[in-house]
Design a binder for this molecule. Structure first.
Ligand SMILES: [Fe+2]
Length: 284
């Protein structure tokens, strides 16, 4: 992607207050990266290296990766995983998968395996305790997958215990009302990519076109040549809550942070640069 249509990487710093935060976790620093779309088209090596450098410079206690490592074919995950070995974090790295990470057959398995091989904990309706038992990290299966099952993991946690939920798609927060969610970290939206001053993301006002445009053309051409095409995955609207397209939001008793991601789809970004997020936790 032409850097002129991507914009400069931006480091966003936010402070989030968590009710009942263990005093030992005061000022815990979490760094979030999202939506790599590492496929040779949507993320340059230089931008990826810069994002890794910025993430390391923030000296995170915990690094979280919120999905869409790849776009379609899963094989680029091997190269991406090699590059991610340079990430540094005191208490490790947790990840969830995005809709693109399970779009193609066996993609979920291959992406998970490649990340786990380099020590990244991939959570699919699972919890981990890299910050200790007083602040579990819950990672949900992608909202559009048939396996999305928050009850299987959130029912296991004492309601008195604060927790952070990693979920690729911000819309998932709408179905998490039965449970305590102190902070949900998401990506998926790319911030809207094209943001119109005063109006917000252009996608909010346009019909929901397929932003995976080159893949759609490739699939069409291969079907014309008589090649067997895979069954088309079910189409979902990219996002229902476009007011949550980026940044920090208060939704009932939860905080939601939506990262603008690193990868960029056609036609590029406008007033919506790629992002590394540095989150500091404080007691409420
Ligand atoms: Fe994405």
């Amino acid at each position: 992607m032409n850097p002129l249509r991507v914009g400069r990487l931006t480091v966003e710093r936010v402070t989030v207050s968590i009710s009942g935060l263990d005093p030992a976790l005061q000022q815990t620093r979490i760094v979030q990266l999202s939506d790599f779309h590492y496929d040779g088209y949507r993320l340059s090596s230089s931008l990826l290296e810069e994002a890794i450098a910025q993430a390391n410079a923030a000296q995170p206690d915990l690094l979280v990766l919120t999905g869409d490592f790849i776009t379609s074919e899963p094989y680029p995950i091997l190269t991406l995983a090699q590059k991610l070995t340079t990430l540094q974090s005191r208490r490790g790295i947790c990840a969830v998968l995005g809709n693109h990470d399970h779009r193609y057959p066996k993609a979920r398995k291959q992406v998970t395996h490649a990340l786990e091989e380099i020590g990244i904990q991939v959570l699919w309706n699972q919890q981990a305790e890299p910050l200790g038992p007083n602040l579990p990290i819950v990672g949900l299966a992608d909202f559009w997958s048939k396996q999305f099952d928050p009850a299987s993991v959130l029912d296991q946690i004492d309601p008195q215990t604060p927790r952070i939920v990693l979920s690729h798609n911000p819309d998932s927060l709408t179905v998490l009302k039965p449970w305590r969610v102190d902070l949900q970290l998401s990506g998926h939206t790319h911030g809207g990519q094209v943001v119109l001053p005063g109006l917000g993301p252009a996608q909010r006002w346009l019909p929901d076109i397929d932003w995976c445009f080159p893949d759609t053309i490739r699939e069409f051409l291969s079907s014309k040549k008589g090649k067997k095409t895979k069954k088309k995955p079910k189409r979902h609207p990219t996002l229902k809550h476009w007011d949550w397209s980026q940044g920090l939001h208060r939704v009932d008793d939860s905080w939601l942070y939506v990262n603008r991601g690193l990868g960029t789809y056609w036609p590029g970004r406008l007033f919506c640069p790629p992002e590394v997020t540095v989150i500091e936790l404080v007691g409420a």
